[in-house]
Design a protein. Structure first.
Length: 212
């Protein structure tokens, strides 16, 4: 059974489990792969909020691409926000809060967090009304048996009741394998699985929803 409680995430961040399992690099990889799809000009000087920022490792990526923007990270884990302030406090503001306390800003980015949340559509719709542009990035057509923390599955029809949206499906570094790992873990193994008459392994993808 999945557990996405504040206590669960506080323990993961406080114990160092998130870092030991490569969470920092994964977050950075996600941000580096996604940032080119945000359609935000490099000279943007408004406020960008990273919702569910974890340990904040997307923040330096956003700072590099949008050097004139004011950056805010929010997370409901006090342990995450504590580490964010220690590491990235000079380049962004960090707030410990749930979705109901998110401030009004120009842009909200919710990357790889909505799939963890009960009432995901309700939360997404609330965030939409707190900004001018909302980006939601989640796993695409994920087999939920593969990740006990993820409780929602998404495809092109998701968030259909939230009004006009655009979406893009793409491979994302941090979620899919790349280089030799991609060749061996997916392509080579698919040849063997084909010869054995087994179902092939799919390269996992992300879908980005854009509301403005």
């Amino acid at each position: 059974m999945s557990d996405n409680s504040v206590t669960y995430w506080d323990n993961r961040f406080y114990s160092g489990d998130w870092e030991q399992k490569g969470g920092r690099q994964q977050t950075r990889n996600f941000a580096e792969s996604q940032v080119k799809y945000f359609e935000i000009p490099n000279d943007f000087n408004g406020t960008i909020l990273d919702f569910g920022c974890g340990l904040g490792d997307a923040i330096p990526v956003y700072a590099a691409h949008f050097p004139y923007a004011k950056l805010i990270g929010t997370d409901f884990s006090k342990e995450a926000i504590k580490k964010c302030k220690e590491k990235f406090g000079k380049i962004a503001e960090f707030i410990c809060c749930d979705f109901t306390q998110v401030p009004s800003v120009d842009i909200i980015i919710a990357s790889n967090v909505i799939e963890h949340l009960q009432d995901d559509v309700k939360i997404a719709d609330f965030l939409k009304h707190k900004c001018k542009i909302l980006f939601i990035i989640v796993p695409y057509k994920e087999d939920l048996d593969s990740d006990v923390e993820h409780i929602n599955r998404y495809d092109e029809r998701s968030f259909g009741n939230m009004g006009k949206k655009r979406y893009r499906v793409f491979n994302c570094r941090g979620w899919s394998q790349y280089g030799f790992d991609l060749w061996y873990s997916t392509y080579f193994k698919n040849i063997l699985r084909f010869l054995a008459g087994r179902k092939r392994i799919k390269v996992r993808q992300q879908i980005m929803f854009i509301f403005n």
